[in-house]
Design a protein around this ligand. Structure first.
Ligand code: XUL
Ligand code: CO
Length: 441
């Protein structure tokens, strides 16, 4: 088998004092944290689109990184991508991968030919997975947003023919996911939104988006898929307004169409910040509503207002993320997919490794800090005490449904002014506790 990165060996854990850029400082796969190995807690995944296909092309210029994998023929390149991806995963100790159908194999002349070529690639991946059972598919999805046919949306297109084409493409992507044993199928509404309401029938578009999801669930279950379906919220980009704006909006949508039992969230950090939320906020909303599923790990740049998809290196954010993940009971079918790309200037092959090492170490450090925050207990204790008025007396009576508004009026009249029942929110003290924990590791 051809080796694509022959100067790079298996990346080892060398501990926090190591200065070797090609070693993990915090990610020690087999070390047990909060009852599971780091590998099980973090469930890292490689994103096929950024890592195997993304060459740095942006709105202002062409690609800088060579992602041809030494092949000019399209089918040969798709196969080479599989070998290169397996090599990257093995060297980094990453077990999972995620794909869009068209990252595995591009569109050819007709849908029939496109499907046949995709089958050849998924057959080859299945073969490679058989040889190495540590490699697993975290989730699959369909790229229903780049071809011109999707210029006005896919399931939300004004054209019923485009809806039909979308259904055909999603059906095939679900089949590919099932064939490779995937435990997740993602809907990210690439162009499911609008540019102007002057040309948009919002009600019909939302109904149709739900129709496609319902059809997908029914079809996938009928062919034996028992994994999760995820919606990946994003407020804008490429469209001005994306219908899956944020977790709260998606929850409203799912509940309106009776889809709430079939879908969980795939929360992406940079999408959260585009929606003017923190990453932790989106995770908390998902967790509190029982729809926490999977994570697209990346980060944006606070000075750039778009989806920069940078590798995550902000440890404060990874710590608060892993705090939410641990509180949610950890991942089940989901995991941490690096929906992230090396910067356009980081174009050399080894930058792929530096990027993943940076991301994996940042999440490993985040996990260590989050576990320590929980073990330390000061934050949890503070929150518990802050709400202690709900565990007895009038608070408990309200929760138990024992009192009416008239009873509460009587209580308030007797009790008098309520300000004295409050105490400080202690935000700065709590932030300082987090820093204290972070730096005591
Ligand atoms: C785009 C994005 C997608 C989804 C999968 O912003 O995040 O790559 O993760 O379609
Ligand atoms: Co994503």
């Amino acid at each position: 088998m051809k080796e694509y990165f022959d100067s790079i060996g298996k990346i080892q854990y060398e501990g926090k004092d190591s200065t070797n850029p090609l070693a993990f400082k915090f990610y020690n796969a087999d070390e047990v944290i909060c009852g599971k190995t780091m590998k099980e807690q973090l469930k890292f995944a490689l994103s096929w689109w950024h890592t195997m296909g993304g060459d740095g092309t942006d709105m202002f210029g062409c690609g800088t990184a060579d992602k041809s994998w030494g092949e000019t023929d399209s089918a040969a390149r798709s196969k080479a991508k599989v070998d290169a991806a397996f090599e990257i995963m093995t060297k980094l100790g990453i077990d999972y991968f995620c794909f869009h159908d068209r990252d595995l194999s591009p569109e050819y002349g007709s849908l029939a030919e496109t499907n046949a070529k995709l089958d050849a690639v998924t057959d080859y991946i299945a073969e490679r997975m058989k040889e190495d059972s540590s490699k697993k598919l975290l989730w699959g999805t369909a790229k229903c947003f780049d071809h011109p046919r999707y210029m006005h949306g896919a399931a939300t297109s004004p054209s019923a023919d485009v809806f039909a084409y979308t259904a055909a493409q999603v059906k095939k992507a679900v089949e590919a996911t099932v064939k490779l044993g995937g435990k997740g199928y993602v809907f990210w509404g690439g162009r499911e939104g609008y540019e102007t309401l002057l040309n948009t029938n919002m009600g019909l578009e939302l109904d149709n988006m739900a129709r496609l999801m319902k059809m997908t669930v029914d079809y996938a279950r009928s062919i034996g898929y028992n994994g999760d379906f995820y919606i990946e919220p994003k407020p804008k980009e490429p469209t001005k307004h994306q219908y899956d704006f944020d977790t709260a909006t998606v929850l409203g949508f799912l509940r309106k169409y009776g889809l709430e039992n079939d879908f969980k969230m795939n929360i992406e950090a940079n999408h959260a910040t585009l929606a003017q939320h923190t990453f932790q906020h989106e995770l908390r909303v998902a967790r509190e509503n029982g729809v926490f599923g999977s994570i697209d790990a990346n980060q944006g740049d606070p000075l750039l207002g778009w989806d920069t998809d940078q590798f995550p290196t902000n440890v404060y954010d990874t710590a608060l993320c892993m705090y939410e993940v641990l509180k949610a009971g950890g991942f089940t079918n989901g995991g941490l997919n690096f929906d992230a790309k090396a910067r356009r200037g980081s174009y050399e092959p080894e930058d792929i490794f530096y990027s993943y090492i940076a991301g994996m170490d940042s999440f490993a450090l985040g996990l260590r800090i989050a576990a320590k925050m929980i073990e330390d207990g000061r934050i949890d204790k503070f929150v518990e005490d802050r709400y202690s008025s709900w565990t007895s007396g009038i608070g408990k009576d309200i929760i138990d449904g024992k009192v009416s508004m008239a009873d509460l009026e009587k209580y308030a009249l007797e009790k008098g002014e309520a300000t004295d029942s409050l105490s400080s929110g202690r935000q700065e003290m709590l932030e300082s506790i987090v820093n204290n924990i972070m730096f005591s590791l």
